[in-house]
Design a binder for this molecule. Structure first.
Ligand code: ADP
Length: 424
């Protein structure tokens, strides 16, 4: 059963800003949905529309099988936890927890039962008589969550609830929230700009950019198969490495020449267009340019594309076309075993810096003229400035269309309706 459904939801603020475009999702009971994306991408607006704090401009919001676009927040079966906790400073923890039930005229015994149950779950029993200012940040956060729990809602809405806590406490509270979610078996919709929070908490992540959903997927799916360049760059630390180049007929990715060759490439192309009518001077120019570029091209990195991926690229007409090739830092290897296994995917990585981060190291270097980061185990750490070989696991490489920014994948064009006027 879907607890929450958003269908073609749009939000245009009165000043004309469209904050959310055509948002669609069906959220099942017990899911932990994380809305993630950079500041200003429309996460909070989406959450606030579900909460009833912002009007929905168009589309449908269905909670528990009922269209609730026009239902008041307090009658929506939701409870919201805010970033700033919004606790009542003059009330004890007990009363903070009880307050929303009091104003709903819930029976006194029932209020006590629910407050004590929530306090028990959250470890707040010893603090029930304290005021918020006598609590630590983490305890205040727990009270804010407790105020949602006592309402016994179908859906918990959480807007960056951990962003006011220091890094260590955030980690602890993240774990607490996960345990709480498992225990309550309720549906959570959680907003964060922090992709690590998204990866660790979510059953499914919704990545947004500029008011539009970029991808909805499990953390693993999103990490392994990002739908477009935005998601690829947003999810994962350090982010994916991107390289620019062309697909060759014989199944290689051939890296582009550095940008400084662009004027020469353009000149060569324009001479080539007129090749029949070149003067002898122009012909000489053409030949020398061609020689220079051919020689430089020989030094460009060449990476063998895995057979199945090449078949897809070929089928979709990418031979001779520009693409972005992407590799997660986790799948760049420096060790001998991988270098032997992926010998068609080896390149020189001139490391200029490495960073030891506990169990692994980040090695910063070059793939041709482009930057690359490798995330390797500390055992493989190299000395900065050392000339070293590295390789990709080519089964893990992704290719993206430079114009649409979408990942090129087998299903891409299957079943898409034909555009009007398409040739049979
Ligand atoms: P996020 O939560 O991802 O940071 P928001 O949902 O707060 O993003 O904002 C999305 C966009 O809507 C931004 O461009 C923001 O400036 C705009 N916006 C948010 N609230 C309002 C408002 N009350 N009036 C006009 N524009 C708003």
């Amino acid at each position: 059963m879907s607890d929450v459904i958003l269908r073609n939801v749009n939000k245009i603020y009165p000043n004309g800003v469209q904050a959310v475009f055509d948002f669609n999702i069906e959220i099942e009971r017990g899911e932990f949905i994380v809305l993630a994306g950079p500041s200003g991408c429309g996460k909070s607006t989406t959450l606030r529309m579900i909460a009833g704090l912002e009007e929905i401009t168009s589309g449908d919001l269905i909670i528990n099988n009922k269209r609730v676009n026009d239902v008041a927040p307090r009658d929506r079966d939701i409870a919201m936890v805010f970033q700033n906790y919004a606790l009542y400073a003059h009330m004890t923890v007990y009363n903070n927890l009880a307050f929303s039930l009091l104003i709903r005229k819930v029976d006194e015994d029932e209020i006590h039962r629910r407050v004590m149950a929530a306090a028990e779950i959250l470890g707040l029993v010893p603090y029930l008589n304290r005021k918020p200012k006598q609590l630590s940040g983490g305890q205040r956060q727990r009270v804010a969550v407790g105020r949602a729990i006592v309402r016994n809602p179908i859906v918990f809405l959480l807007d960056e609830p951990l962003s006011n806590l220091d890094a260590k406490l955030r980690g602890t509270m993240r774990k607490e929230l996960m345990l709480l979610h498992n225990r309550l078996n309720a549906t959570f919709v959680y907003v964060t700009h922090d992709q690590i929070e998204a990866l660790t908490l979510a059953s499914r992540i919704v990545v947004m950019a500029d008011g539009r959903v970029q991808q909805i997927a499990t953390p693993k799916e999103m990490f392994d198969n990002p739908e477009n360049l935005f998601v690829a760059g947003f999810i994962g630390t350090p982010p994916m490495n991107f390289f620019h180049g062309e697909i060759s007929e014989d199944g290689y990715f051939i890296q582009n020449l550095p940008d400084e060759y662009n004027p020469k490439l353009e000149e060569l192309a324009s001479l080539e267009e007129n090749k029949e009518n070149l003067s002898s001077d122009e012909l000489e120019k053409y030949n020398s340019l061609k020689k220079e570029i051919d020689e430089a091209s020989l030094k460009c990195n060449k990476i063998k594309i895995a057979d199945d991926k090449f078949a897809v690229l070929k089928e979709q007409g990418y031979i001779g076309k520009q693409v972005v090739m992407a590799s997660r830092p986790e799948y760049v290897y420096l060790d001998d075993a991988h270098l032997a296994q992926f010998k068609d995917c080896v390149f020189d990585l001139d490391s200029d810096l490495d960073e030891m981060l506990g169990a692994y190291s980040l090695v910063y270097g070059k793939f041709g003229h482009e930057n690359i980061i490798a995330k390797v185990s500390v055992r493989e750490v190299v000395k900065s400035g050392e000339k070293i070989k590295a390789c990709f696991d080519n089964s893990k490489l992704h290719f993206f269309d430079v114009d649409t920014t979408r990942r090129i994948r087998a299903e891409e064009y299957v079943g898409l309706p034909k555009e009007e006027g398409d040739e049979e």
